[in-house]
Design a protein around this ligand. Structure first.
Ligand code: 3HC
Length: 300
């Protein structure tokens, strides 16, 4: 009916992304590329400058494809998108005009709760809060605020400009209007959205992380090599990357963090057991592509 479509559902124009790491920068890039005004926040200007440098490079890769025969059009596109992104180091200040805040900071519950508690006091009444957490319960983060009805999860995938999916998570208190706004925002980003309850790993990581850990266990038992497992899953199952390439891509620290957290919470689930091999690599600082070595060497 007309009345339900004319509900109070907020149109999201102004977005604040907190955390300018790989994910946060990717989300900021995609939001700005699809016409939103973005404020990108991190602890200091140095981090933000580096992040904006990477974001520019990623935009140029997109432009090269999108404007293959139109170099000037590509340059304008990059300039336009960058012009829609402001940087800010004061998180309270960054949300003053926000319709939506997306948090993509370190995967630490206390740090996230502290941040949202502060933002809850600074942000306007209508502002929707979302976390991009990959493994923490959205409810545990949301209860640091007094806006449970305007809280949800928006989970993106690396590399954000390329991956077409966004998981939209609702907690029991998420209002229908908030949920609809989050879905609409995901679609406005040019993504396909799927809905999932606030359950460990949502859909993708709940399947992907145990799969990566099972691959490591194959190697630990001496059944096959990382290279052969990667080849097998690419050519035998059609995955764009094998599990070891993917683990190096997302970071072994991230994989370890997720599995350790789930193991602590669900110690009897055999799919959630840690791996000595992953633990050793992480303790040696071999975290994957970002450190130049993980299961593979990525040194240039
Ligand atoms: N920014 C912009 N464009 C990019 C990009 C980026 N970061 N990465 C890749 N591209 C584009 C570029 O146009 C690139 O062409 P270019 O090299 O000429 O610039 C084009 O993609 C092709 O890239 P590549 O030749 O490097 O390699 P592929 O064709 O294999 O594509 C891939 C790369 C899209 C990353 C593909 O390998 C893939 O889909 N891999 C699987 C990724 C995946 O599973 N992600 C989910 C991880 S889980 C997660 O994120 C959840 C978290 O919570 C842990």
């Amino acid at each position: 009916s007309f009345s339900s479509s004319a509900s109070t559902m907020a149109q999201i124009k102004q977005v604040t992304v907190i955390g300018s790491g790989l994910m946060g920068a990717g989300i900021a890039q995609v939001a700005a590329s699809t016409g939103h005004n973005v404020v990108l926040v991190d602890q200091n200007q140095d981090i933000l400058d580096k992040s904006m440098g990477n974001l520019r490079k990623s935009l140029q890769r997109v432009a090269k494809k999108k404007y293959a025969d139109d170099a000037a059009g590509g340059e304008n596109f990059v300039k336009d998108v960058l012009g829609k992104i402001q940087t800010e180091t004061d998180s309270a200040k960054s949300v003053l005009k926000a319709d939506l805040v997306i948090e993509a900071i370190v995967e630490n519950l206390d740090v996230k709760r502290k941040l949202f508690k502060q933002l809850d006091q600074a942000a306007p009444q209508h502002t929707i809060f979302a976390s991009n957490t990959s493994s923490l319960p959205i409810s545990d983060i949301a209860t640091s605020t007094k806006r449970l009805d305007r809280f949800g999860g928006l989970h993106y995938f690396n590399p954000v400009p390329m991956m077409k999916l966004v998981e939209v998570i609702r907690i029991p208190d998420t209002s229908d209007d908030t949920f609809k706004s989050l879905v609409e925002f995901g679609k406005a980003n040019g993504k396909v959205t799927v809905e999932c309850k606030d359950t460990p790993g949502f859909i993708v990581n709940r399947l992907l992380v145990p799969y990566m850990m099972e691959s490591v266990r194959l190697v630990e038992r001496g059944d096959a090599s990382p290279r052969d497992i990667d080849t097998a899953m690419k050519l035998g199952a059609g995955y764009p990357m094998g599990p070891f390439e993917l683990a190096d891509y997302v970071g072994l620290d991230t994989v370890k963090f997720i599995i350790d957290g789930w193991c602590e919470k669900y110690p009897d689930n055999p799919l959630f057991q840690p791996s000595a091999m992953v633990n050793k690599l992480v303790s040696e600082g071999k975290l994957g592509m970002k450190t130049g070595e993980g299961f593979y060497s990525h040194k240039k």
